[in-house]
Design a protein around this ligand. Structure first.
Ligand SMILES: Cc1cc2nc3c(=O)[nH]c(=O)nc-3n(C[C@H](O)[C@H](O)[C@H](O)COP(=O)(O)OP(=O)(O)OC[C@H]3O[C@@H](n4cnc5c(N)ncnc54)[C@H](O)[C@@H]3O)c2cc1C
Length: 359
């Protein structure tokens, strides 16, 4: 079997890897360099609980992926020799108001009922850990099983593996999908024409070019210099999230979220929101140097759920719309999509997140 994949972000690359492991021939077409769009831009949090997800299929999908992560990165690291910065550091979600405190305490109760780890730490307890805690912080919910990966290192490792084992066409934009009798036939790029048995559309925030209702939600980010003693794990709140990388070479501060279409650049407003949020969380950050500013586009959908599986064209399979959680969801997406391609096994997630729900 030969599968062609449109889009080489974390989703396309992870699916490519899973298919290669099943001995399926893969061609991947990417309009820029692989892995340099949303998947490069992200924070890399693996945070179903910190995201406050409610009980249901999407939380199940996210938790399953979080459980797959350790094995996913360990095998990838072994195959490529590239370390991914995966760190089960836990995430502390802070409350800046009584309302947020109440909401977090309700979340803790919900998650405990599901058998998940969650505990409340009040301000006094937090002050023992963080010398420079912002004055408005009232306490926080500690989710020990939420984690992080350095998404840039992850895509570098995936890129290495996929380039070694598949035909990768970079700087090649797919312009058209050819069909015959309602079935996928070929993709047409600017310089290539590739026929294959099946096609996966994993074109991120640009997937609307291939007939699904995905739109971009812009996010801006900042990185600061950091010392090991400043912060021990991810601190997440409504003001900003702070992600210390495992080797403390940077603190990633995110993220704004704006529905402004594709509007490139870092704004004064966005940068100020992030820097103020960082300082409100840990006062010491005020004195740190800025390393980098960047931005990107989440592939969002109207109901904030991913789009997985076939729609009207047989053998054309969507794997997109991962919105705020695409780094987290890469292992489970690769699993359910590759199983479907290989054996026709349709996981419950393909039914629940089918593109047909919008028809
Ligand atoms: C600021 C920000 C912070 C985030 N933080 C987190 C986080 O902490 N945790 C988390 O889990 N997720 C996070 N996300 C979300 C996550 O980054 C995305 O959900 C994920 O990267 C989507 O992966 P993708 O492969 O679908 O898209 P992308 O990485 O955008 O890849 C899609 C690729 O398709 C290519 N493409 C598009 N059209 C064509 C075409 N016509 N021909 C060829 N190639 C094409 C693009 O060039 C691109 O490289 C964040 C996102 C943003 C923007």
């Amino acid at each position: 079997m030969h599968v062609v994949i449109i889009g080489g972000g974390v989703i396309g690359l992870s699916i490519a890897r899973a298919l290669i492991k099943l001995d399926i021939k893969v061609s991947l077409i990417e309009k820029n360099r692989v892995g340099r769009s949303a998947s490069w831009v992200a924070g890399g949090m693996l945070a179903p609980q910190s995201e406050g997800l409610k009980e249901g299929s999407f939380l199940d999908f996210c938790l399953e992926s979080r459980n797959l992560y350790k094995d996913f990165v360990e095998k990838l690291e072994k195959d490529t020799g590239i370390e991914t910065g995966y760190w089960q550091c836990g995430i502390l979600k802070l409350a800046f108001s009584e309302e947020e405190k109440k909401e977090l305490q309700e979340d803790i109760n919900r998650y405990k009922k599901l058998g998940l780890k969650a505990k409340w730490l009040d301000r006094e307890e937090l002050e023992k850990i963080y010398k420079n805690l912002g004055e408005e912080v009232l306490g926080g919910a500690l989710y020990e099983d939420d984690a992080q990966v350095d998404n840039r290192k992850l895509v570098l490792a995936l890129e290495e593996f996929v380039k070694r084992n598949a035909d990768v066409y970079e700087f090649e934009k797919v312009k058209e999908i050819k069909t015959e009798n309602g079935k996928f036939k070929a993709v047409v790029g600017e310089n290539v024409y590739i026929e294959a048995d099946k096609c996966v559309v994993s074109a991120g925030a640009w997937s609307m070019d291939f007939g699904v209702d995905v739109f971009p939600l812009k996010g801006e980010m900042v990185a600061l210099d950091i010392e090991k003693e400043d912060i021990d794990r991810v601190l997440y709140s409504s003001r900003a999230y702070l992600i210390p990388r495992k080797n403390y070479h940077r603190l990633v501060v995110g993220a704004t979220q704006e529905d402004v279409g594709f509007k490139d650049g870092n704004t004064l407003k966005g940068t100020m929101q992030l820097l103020t949020g960082a300082r409100d969380t840990l006062k010491i950050l005020e004195d740190k140097n800025i390393q980098e500013l960047w931005f990107g586009y989440r592939p969002a959908t109207k109901d904030e759920l991913p789009i997985l599986g076939e729609a009207d064209i047989e053998n054309l399979i969507y794997a997109t719309g991962h919105h705020r959680n695409g780094i987290l969801l890469a292992p489970i997406t690769a699993k359910v999509i590759s199983e479907y391609i290989y054996s026709g096994k349709e996981s419950r997630y393909l039914k629940e997140f089918s593109p047909l729900r919008f028809k």
